[in-house]
Design a protein around this ligand. Structure first.
Ligand SMILES: Cc1cc2nc3c(=O)[nH]c(=O)nc-3n(C[C@H](O)[C@H](O)[C@H](O)COP(=O)(O)OP(=O)(O)OC[C@H]3O[C@@H](n4cnc5c(N)ncnc54)[C@H](O)[C@@H]3O)c2cc1C
Length: 445
């Protein structure tokens, strides 16, 4: 261990933060989890990442790789292990002629949107500035233009990784194509991505905002919303959110957030007005704005507040029943916060086996979130289990990016058996010792 540490101090040009250091407190935490790691490494270069990976492999300590640090399951920190925090690798380089964008493995989507805005470019990503490019892309990426441009990982054209042996490997459709398949959905299982290359798309300003309805109209609004999305232009992406415990729980308004990828008011109105006609509109702030302004600042919950988020997908045939159950749950006291996101569109046009993201045919992805101090979350668990038991016959899979746990059952929901086996073969090649295990883990054996 001592010689591994000496080698690290010699080869590593970034910061090595240990308990007792002034910056240890914030450095030890990810956004949604606390930890007591023995070392937090903040690389400044690919060479530093290689030194960090070799140190981790040689030390035998558990390793967490932190991109934006937003994993609900707290993957970005640990106790007594090593954290490699990629926040220093956040460059965004635009090669405009080809609309190709090269992004450091620790950048956040807010940094990307701000850097691309002056070029009139965007990459459909998520809804929050502080979320990491790394975690979101490696497991999917459901953003404000998902129905038009697909998942964030669908815009990925190459990735450069430091693998478990400290080597640098490039993955694209031409180079190491099986690894390229695996990193598009297989999470951080195969190495540390130091650079992502994306095909960005030209963007205008977009229509974006919130249309709110009374809670009493939830059931009808949700069914009408889902019906409309089935035939709406793919420029329209939407999220329905209800039973917000901070806005009245069962009495909270049903909020339909919309984003229309275009600046033509007539086309936008044609896509959005049918939603306005679904019930009694009590608030409507939809307006034309720069794409970068659709991303919001993520709130960091105070220490001690836990978020338990669970997700699943619904296909066309089960959408009515799933929404009926969710509307009923949302109307009951103590309901979790419920959010339903439209997918489909461009996501479903990509072949099922083109990437390791295995939920192409779903129409909707939804999640429940319970948050509060530990005892409150624990007390809510039996009711939550009962809700998911009701939903079980009608839903399938799970979206890795909205899961607060990483049990074997979770991993099986994220990766159907065929996908898992194919991922395990790639894992055996690039990480046979399972160094990168702090994720929805693919076991090499
Ligand atoms: C407030 C909030 C809003 C969100 N909004 C959306 C949304 O709109 N759409 C959506 O799809 N998801 C959304 N998410 C979910 C988000 O995609 C996941 O939480 C994702 O894992 C966050 O990535 P991260 O890099 O910030 O997190 P981290 O905790 O840093 O990383 C998550 C996982 O990815 C791995 N990882 C990260 N970077 C790298 C890298 N460069 N190389 C290798 N492995 C890496 C980590 O090791 C870890 O296993 C949201 C989450 C939050 C908390």
């Amino acid at each position: 261990m001592r010689s591994a540490l000496e080698t690290l101090r010699r080869d590593f040009g970034g910061d090595i933060i240990e308990p007792g250091a002034a910056e240890y407190g914030p450095a030890s935490r990810s956004v949604l989890a606390s930890g007591t790691p023995a070392y937090v490494l903040r690389p400044r270069s690919v060479a530093d990442v290689r030194a960090g990976v070799r140190f981790a492999a040689g030390s035998g300590l558990p390793l967490s790789v932190r991109g934006g640090g937003h994993a609900f399951a707290g993957f970005g920190t640990n106790d007594d292990g090593i954290v490699i925090d990629l926040g220093g690798l956040a460059q965004v380089e635009v090669i405009k002629e080809r609309h190709l964008v090269r992004i450091g493995g620790g950048a956040t989507w807010g940094q990307v949107a701000a850097a691309l805005a002056p070029h009139g470019l965007a990459i459909s990503s998520g809804d929050t500035k502080s979320v990491g490019v790394g975690g979101l892309t490696l497991s999917g990426g459901i953003g404000w233009k998902v129905r038009k441009y697909g998942l964030a990982l669908d815009s990925l054209v190459a990735a450069e990784l430091v693998t478990a042996d400290g080597e640098v490997v490039r993955a694209s459709s031409e180079e190491n194509p099986e690894l390229f398949w695996a990193v598009r959905g297989g999470g951080g299982n195969f190495g540390i991505v130091t650079a992502f290359e994306f095909a960005a798309h030209p963007t205008t300003d977009v229509f974006h905002g919130r249309i709110a309805f009374p809670a009493s109209e939830a059931a009808a609004v949700l069914q009408g919303w889902a019906d409309h999305l089935r035939t709406a232009p793919e420029e329209l992406t939407s999220i329905a959110s209800f039973a917000n415990p901070f806005a009245g729980g069962p009495q909270a308004p049903v909020e339909i957030f919309v984003a229309f990828a275009g600046d033509d008011p007539e086309l936008a109105a044609r896509a959005i007005d049918p939603i306005r006609r679904l019930g009694t509109v009590i608030d409507d702030d939809v307006a034309l704005k720069p794409y970068a302004d659709t991303l919001v600042d993520g709130a960091t919950p105070p220490p001690g507040i836990r978020l338990v988020t669970r997700s699943a997908f619904a296909g066309e045939e089960s959408v009515p029943e799933v929404l009926r159950i969710l509307a009923e749950v949302g109307a009951s006291e103590g309901s979790p916060l419920i959010a339903v996101r439209s997918v489909g569109g461009a996501v479903s046009r990509v072949a099922d086996d083109a990437t390791a993201y295995a939920h192409r045919q779903a129409e909707l992805m939804f999640m429940t979130t319970v948050l509060g101090p530990e005892p409150v979350v624990e007390a809510a668990r039996p009711a939550l289990e009962a809700i998911w038991a009701r939903l079980a016959p009608h839903v399938n899979g799970a979206y890795a990016n909205f899961l607060a746990s990483a049990t074997e059952e979770d991993v099986a929901a994220v990766y159907p058996a065929g996908t898992y086996e194919r991922l395990a073969a790639v894992k055996r090649q690039y990480d046979p010792g399972n160094l990168f295990a702090h994720n929805h883990n693919i076991r090499p054996q």
